[in-house]
Design a protein around this ligand. Sequence first.
Ligand SMILES: [Zn+2]
Length: 129
Amino acid sequence: MTQPLRLQRSRAKGSRLVSPDGRRVVYCGRPGPFANPFTVAKFGEYWAGLHFIRWLLGSGWRDFEQERRRELIRRLPSIEDCHLSCWCALPPKGKTDGCHAAVYLRLFGMANTYARLRAEVEKNARKGR
Ligand SMILES: [Zn+2]
């Protein structure tokens, strides 16, 4: 079984993403629960990706859209093992994919960080938030 991939959506008429191996493909753009609230239009590709990482991991933007962040983290287990699609161009071979959907794929491989985020969200749920 191959690893889940980050796929690029195309605006070309009639184009449709096909899963390379039968896994589900989950769209991570807007609108949707897995979209990046930091838009490329407003922040540029580089900063949209970087702000997203800091916001998701809780190391920055701590007063920004926290209910949305918690809801996103609660839903992450539902997209583990899925291919994730977004509009962002794929990076050149060997370069890091700056797209936020690729951040999810990396996060799933970071067991401790992923467990910490999920524990934080569960703790908040018990507090009634
Ligand atoms: Zn993207």
